[in-house]
Ligand binder design. Sequence first.
Ligand SMILES: *Cc1c(COP(=O)(O)O)cnc(C)c1O
Length: 506
Amino acid sequence: MMKTASVEVLEEAPVLSADPYGDIFYAGSAEAYNTAIQGALKVVTGFLQHTKKPFSGIKPDQLAQLFSTIDFDTPLPDYKSLLKEVEQLYVNHATAFHLPQYIAHLNCPVVIPALAAEVLVSAINSSQDTYDQSAGGTLMECKIIDWTGREIGYGTDCDGVFTAGGSQSNLMGLLLARDHYAMKHRGHNIKLLGLPEDAGRYRIFVSEKAHFSNQKNASLLGLGEQALVSIPADERFRMDATLLEAAIKKELEQGNIPIAVVATAGTTDFGNLDPLLAIGRLAAQYGLWYHIDAAYGCGLLLTEKYRYLLNGAELSDSITVDYHKSFFQPISSSAFIVKHKASLDIIRHHADYLNPEEQDYDELPAQINKTVTQSTRRFDALKLWFTLRLMGKEKLGEYTEVIIDTAEQAACLIETDPELELLSHSDLGVLVFRHKPSYVHSRDYDTFNQAIKKSLFFSGEVLLASTRVNGHFYLKFTILNPLTTITDIQNILTAIKVHGKDAHRQ
Ligand SMILES: *Cc1c(COP(=O)(O)O)cnc(C)c1O
């Protein structure tokens, strides 16, 4: 198990203040605040300096044992004991996203300006719902939304809001699609009246490789998962636009009601972008709301070399961007953006105490007018503000380009290795493959690759992801770290083979 040197480091950690209000953040406790933060910072730098593997390998039951003696009725005497406890229970076993050997899910390493901003975000604790709880915070969020919208190609009428994540942003996309359809075609206000009678026939088209949040969101919206029409993907696992048109026609023939299409700009499993232009043209032709899920692919906005992959994004009505995936931001940092401001009016709810109807929102803006599932809301935009103002778009874009280039080299390595099978190249950085050495029978590939993944996980050496394609189990790399080199990838592939041999022997 991992050792840390931080216990000694914390020798001078602060003790609790004698002031009975010394734990409240106020003018009288500035010093206490400072020392507490210094203590926490030492734990963080200890984590950076002493973590050599992406995971300690601890099993849940071992970890649970450490929790058995924790008693909330008996508080700890000082920060030193607290930080030591938190190290043992959490920090020593936390997944280290910043190491190249973490190559599993869409978790990016984070940039330091954003972490500096985080100090302000939590301490000053603005709430982004109304101007009177945030002031400059609201304007900064709006400016970042506006900037992102213009990068997408939306023009000056765009608008939007920071959300907790891509799933929530996608929910807003489908909600607007649903409510605008009912209003425009039936004069029916779902917000007030609930679903119209024909809502069971509403249809939303998504690729078979789209994110599962679409299913959850369709359920939440009362349309049911049955509302989703899954469009088969091509050989690179992108939505096939020809089959999309066929599916729209088929639904129309059956008397169903196509309301929206969701394109994925960067699939979670393959990192490829659906044909955004072709889908956009079909959406316009059939009068469908066009939502783009760019939770992952939004990072392309920053690059010059690969920006073209997002061509067609400007045709959409709404878009999801996850800065906490592809802009190197700490969780949470995501946005939902619409091309036309007015399309958000349909979800607005006036609370007399917060955002009354009579208020002039040009004079006194209120982001709460644009949210559906959040009132009190963190000032996450400040992290991106620090990042963009200090590092600039180009530098972030270079990171993304390096990642894409490394992923392509990795794809070539895997593809040319006779013991490995790659399913697809990636526009971004996800590679799905399996190990199939000659000593393993093809009928055992699934269990063999499962064993490799598990063995690597509990060794803590390498954290991989996995997925199923046509019922079969594959390993998955998600490359989202500009520090990851092709040598790192080679070493990870070697570790896969070593663990494979070991697993086979057992
Ligand atoms: C990650 C992801 C989401 C969900 O985003 P969260 O921020 O995890 O809620 C949605 N769509 C795609 C394509 C994703 O990769």
